[in-house]
Design a protein around this ligand. Structure first.
Ligand SMILES: [Zn+2]
Length: 754
């Protein structure tokens, strides 16, 4: 019942040697509208809101009795959150009772799916809200309350997810043609999703299996947390002879404790990174590299416990492997399809990656082949050489003030989809920090279609990278007494369609960790701009994917499909026509020249982009192997599997002591779906070429993408969406050959779009 509340940007960082970091249609009539200004006035307001934070625009309007945090009525502090969750729980219990009673009496069976959807929306409103509050540093007291609510609601959700009564009721509906045929496609889709979720919890396999499932799930959760919390090297420092430290910055060296000619060097962190990038002595780099990759036997066993328990869970439910268990309801459908996709990608990228390393070696006069511990050193050398040729690293940044980028997003959305972003008038208690603001998403008919809260700057409490949080999904409010609580809702969070139907508007929060400039004007790097576009790609999916049922609204779609709209946004922001349409120098107000953009492009490709992608392919492959049948083998040995993979696929000399895999914490969060980002990159690259390359601001292309992909949220088979967007009906079955074709989309363009 709970899907994709939070989405992150999955983005590789510098290479093989590092752990990748986590980077997720109704028409309404106007509510009281405050937005009948001209577009250019809206754009100016948008720019001012972000670039001149002291501006008048953000003054609170405190008149509304429905005021509350993120438009939740009455939510002003931690205790209100508990009250809100109590109300949600109360409504859920009433709903559950009604569903089961109606089901038992055979009453209104054609309404059961709708009611189940309301039930899941009611719970998700409390779960999603507390999920956001507990991880986003709103305040420590709020976070503690959110943690409590989250656990309580989740517990209830788990009871529902393993309820045999609900499962049997849905099955009964599916098997009654008179009822089933009276449901619309969205309702059938949601019923199928819920049925499959029940089956994934072992509901159809009897009491004993269900108990085992709950026990194994708890063990997996504990093992996973334990694994993630302990992902660090066995030793936090090593000693190296000072004579081996030539090349590093003397100011860094002066910070190192030195005893009898030996310096104590940390194995991780910025100093270690600096030494890896600048120490001239290859032995120094090798020793430090190895120390960073040596974890304790305990950490190895934590990972293996996680993987073996997952394998046991899959077997308990009748699957060969955890991969098979996880992939059946994804685009890829099976581990075999993922394997072939990754093999195809690896074949395309290996020669490109090898040639990048050869070019690097030649350009920096490396004495021989570049090894894993040499990579950062020679890369740094090459970047320093080219920095001396072109004076400034990211000249583009002067053109990318945060307000300008927001205007750019609004212009792009307006060109493609006819929607724009307009600063919303905030009420007291609506947000948690002065720098947070609300943007209303406005259609061409001046109707508000959704809300985006932007929390873009870093603070001490934030515990994570950029993310898109769903707070409320779009859905139709039923004409039923059970929905009477909507009377107390903030009217801004609802809309009424021309036929009089009430809808809940999508509300999301975008979180980023940009450094706020003390002068007020924050300039973003191109990478940060790309991140904002990426997250806004999720936001636009939420805004345009407005379905009647919450379970399939916006980003509530398959894990390996959900990154497609956001990766497409990375392609779009990289198109010179798009950049030139909005980027303006903060002093001269001039757009960047094509020459500057092209020089930036050339610089980007120097950063071993193909090696980076190849590394991601290897990581996805490792994730597949670890979640395959081999984890059932009592002799399962993750270290030798990782070593074998290095031998088969690695770009560098394999090292048996290298235990990098025990840092690969995404194995927990992604479990057998780490390939998703690569898959969506391949698809996004093809869709960009097919629809947008000629004119990335084309309304026709935007409408096509919206109609084939965005507007459906998760209510249409992803393969049909892709087949429609690409005008390739042969892909719509999503069979092995479709997966192979996607693999063949992957080429170097997938990586360096700029
Ligand atoms: Zn994302």
């Amino acid at each position: 019942m709970l899907r994709n509340a939070r989405l992150h940007r999955l983005k590789p960082i510098n290479g093989l040697l590092n752990i990748a970091r986590l980077h997720s249609g109704h028409r309404s009539q106007a509510m009281p509208v405050h937005h009948l200004r001209s577009f250019s006035a809206d754009e100016e307001n948008l720019r001012t809101l972000f670039d001149e934070p002291q501006s008048q625009l953000k003054k609170f309007e405190s008149f509304d009795i429905n005021a509350g945090f993120l438009m939740v009525p009455g939510l002003k502090g931690p205790t209100d959150l508990i009250d809100f969750s109590n109300k949600c729980l109360e409504k859920s219990h009433i709903l559950l009772k009604r569903i089961l009673t109606d089901g038992a009496e055979g009453k209104e069976l054609n309404k059961i799916v709708k009611l189940l959807d309301v039930l899941s929306d009611t719970l998700c409103q409390a779960i999603d809200l507390s999920e956001f509050i507990r991880t986003s540093g709103v305040s420590p007291a709020f976070s503690r309350a959110a943690e409590q609510v989250y656990e309580r609601m989740f517990e209830f959700m788990n009871i529902l997810n393993t309820s045999e009564e609900l499962y049997q009721l849905l099955l009964h509906i599916k098997n009654r043609p008179d009822i089933w045929n009276s449901l619309d496609n969205e309702e059938k889709m949601v019923a199928d999703i819920l049925l499959y979720d029940f089956e994934k919890s072992g509901v159809n396999r009897g009491h004993h299996t269900r108990k085992q499932f709950i026990e194994l799930s708890n063990r997996i959760d504990n093992a996973g947390r334990d694994f993630v919390m302990n992902a660090y090297p066995e030793k936090d420092s090593i000693t190296l002879p000072v004579s081996q430290l030539s090349g590093i910055d003397p100011s860094v060296q002066s910070k190192l404790p030195i005893k009898r000619g030996y310096a104590t060097v940390p194995t991780t962190g910025p100093i270690a990174h600096h030494i890896m990038s600048t120490a001239d002595n290859a032995d120094t780099r090798r020793e430090l590299w190895l120390a960073d990759r040596k974890t304790s036997d305990r950490q190895v066993s934590r990972l293996e416990t996680l993987l073996k328990t997952r394998a046991e869970l899959a077997q308990t439910l009748g699957f060969q492997s955890y991969g098979e268990y996880q992939l059946r309801d994804k685009m890829a459908k099976s581990p075999r399809a993922v394997k072939r996709f990754l093999q195809n990608m690896a074949k395309a990228f290996r020669p490109l990656a090898v040639s990048e390393l050869q070019t690097l070696a030649a350009a920096t006069n490396a004495p021989g082949r570049i090894e894993a511990w040499d990579r950062d050193y020679y890369l740094h050398k090459m970047i320093s050489q080219s920095n001396s040729r072109t004076s400034n690293m990211d000249l583009l940044s002067s053109y990318l003030s945060i307000g300008t980028v927001m205007v750019g997003l609004s212009k792009l959305f307006n060109s493609l989809y006819g929607i724009r972003l307009v600063p919303g008038s905030m009420q007291q208690f609506e947000t948690w920090d002065d720098s947070v603001c609300r943007l209303d998403v406005i259609s061409e008919n001046d109707e508000r279609i959704g809300m985006i809260y932007c929390d873009l700057f870093s603070n001490n409490f934030k515990s994570q990278g950029p993310a898109h949080f769903t707070i409320r999904c779009s859905r139709r409010i039923l004409d039923d007494p059970i929905e009477s609580d909507y009377g107390s809702r903030n009217p801004l969070s609802l809309s009424v369609s021309s036929s009089g139907e009430l809808h809940q508007l999508p509300t999301i929060v975008l979180v980023c960790g940009f450094n706020k400039s003390p002068t007020g004007l924050t300039l973003l790097s191109f990478y940060e701009t790309e991140t904002l576009f990426h997250e806004m790609g999720h936001a636009v999916h939420s805004m345009l994917g407005q379905t009647n049922l919450h379970n399939v609204a916006g980003t509530r779609s398959a894990t390996d499909f959900v990154e497609l709209p956001s990766i497409l946004m990375e392609h779009l922001v990289s198109a010179p026509a798009v950049l030139q349409s909005f980027a303006r120098h903060h002093r001269t107000n001039k757009p960047p020249s094509l020459e500057l953009i092209n020089a930036f492009k050339a610089r980007r490709t120097e950063h071993l982009a193909n090696c980076e992608t190849y590394t991601q392919i290897m990581m996805a492959q490792l994730d597949q192997i670890f979640h395959s049948e081999c984890a059932n083998d009592p002799a399962f040995d993750s270290c030798s599997i990782y070593f074998d993979l290095q031998c088969q696929m690695g770009l560098y000399k394999p090292v048996p002591e290298n235990r990098w895999h025990t840092y690969f914490t995404h194995l927990f969060g992604y479990g057998a779906t780490y390939y998703s980002y690569l898959l969506d990159r391949a698809i996004a690259s093809k869709i960009y070429t097919h629809l947008f390359e000629k004119d990335p601001l084309s309304r026709e292309a935007g409408e096509k993408f919206a109609n084939e992909v965005l507007k459906w949220g998760g209510s249409r088979d992803p393969w049909e969406c892709v087949a429609g967007a690409l005008d390739s009906p042969e892909l719509s079955n999503g069979d092995d050959s479709a997966m192979l074709e996607i693999g063949s989309f992957a080429n170097s363009k997938t990586v360096s779009q700029v």
